[in-house]
Ligand binder design. Structure first.
Ligand code: ZN
Length: 338
């Protein structure tokens, strides 16, 4: 296993004071609500667009500051990574929500023609966990953080299938054990996550840190990324929609574990008990787009050269898709974004 990124619990304000000259990369929210009470950064870049051409133009503008600091969710973390990687400046990540693992991975992800590509690697000097800041975000965004942990359930199953057929990355028992342990821990933390308690937030951040280190050491992310991510990528490519990452991944874990015949009731219960918004009506997935995604899925994963998974092994026929839809529709509706 690789060395996890250094993570410290600290308040954002003190961190910015200590660093001094900062090229801050933000999402808004939370930026507008915080700016008045924080030391003024050398520059502020709004992150919103992960398209490679946009990121190159941001980097070409050479935002001022000795440190690149990412503050926000996935796009802020990823844009900060891109900027630090391009300019060789030290990176500090301050996730303001626990909805995605981007702050804890070294891969620099961008979009090329609407598809995710990894263009390089960068290791943050440290990740700051400001528990109060994180807990001030809308609770549903923090609960969504289970998505990139829950994805181990489907990812491990896909990887085992591929490795058994001698395809792709060889099986690694330590990685499999890490994934299984995180899933067990997630089960026992379900109440804390539903409540978005400080320990729930610490658990999510700590899990991402462990996953990020394991992926960096292995050089791939097979144990935590499988056909559930591929389904979500295909859906986003087809529809142009970008639901909250952890919410669509939670949805897709329930769907693909059903296709896999991989204890889907366990994962659906876990999503329900963590109070994650993953019902299709809550995240805007129509039956029509669900069906369209499945009909495109096999050709999509081949075209994108995604890893071998259940998608390559079974018939995604009418009956299987109908069953998966019916199964996923039993996730409780959460309605209001709270
Ligand atoms: Zn993910």
């Amino acid at each position: 296993m690789g060395e996890p990124f250094p993570m410290v619990e600290a308040a954002l304000r003190g961190v910015l004071e200590e660093l001094g000259s900062v090229a801050l990369v933000v999402n808004d929210p939370p930026w507008s609500g915080l700016a008045g009470s924080l030391p003024r950064p050398a520059s502020v870049t709004q992150a919103w667009n992960m398209d490679i051409a946009h990121l190159e133009s941001v980097a070409a503008g050479e935002p001022e500051g000795d440190f690149v600091v990412g503050l926000g969710g996935g796009t802020a973390m990823d844009t900060a990574k891109f900027l630090a990687w391009k300019s060789g400046r030290p990176l500090v990540q301050v996730p303001s929500i626990t909805s995605v693992d981007a702050g804890f991975t070294d891969a620099v992800g961008v979009r090329v023609d609407g598809n995710v590509r990894y263009v390089g690697k960068v290791r943050p000097e440290r990740v700051i966990l400001d528990v109060d800041l994180v807990r001030s975000a809308p609770p549903h965004l923090n609960r969504a953080g289970i998505g990139d942990i829950l994805s181990c359930a489907v990812g491990l199953h896909d990887w085992r299938l591929a490795a058994a057929g001698g395809i792709g990355q060889p099986w690694s028992e330590p990685l499999a054990l890490l994934g299984a342990r995180l899933l067990d821990d997630l089960s026992s933390m379900r109440g804390e996550i539903a409540a978005v308690s400080p320990d729930g937030v610490r658990f999510l951040a700590g899990s991402y840190r462990a996953i990020g280190a394991a992926c960096a050491a292995a050089g791939h992310s097979r144990f935590e990324e499988g056909s559930e991510h591929f389904w979500a990528y295909a859906y986003e490519w087809l529809t142009g929609a970008h639901p909250v990452h952890g919410e669509i991944i939670s949805f897709a874990v329930v769907v693909m574990s059903c296709i896999q015949g991989n204890d889907p009731g366990r994962w659906r219960d876990l999503v329900a008990d963590c109070a994650v918004r993953a019902h299709p009506d809550d995240i805007g997935i129509s039956r029509e787009d669900f069906d369209r995604t499945f009909s495109e899925l096999k050709s999509y994963v081949r075209r994108q050269e995604l890893d071998h998974s259940i998608i390559d092994e079974v018939d995604l026929d009418r009956g299987a898709v109908d069953d998966a839809w019916e199964f996923v529709c039993a996730i409780p509706r959460r309605g209001e974004k709270s």
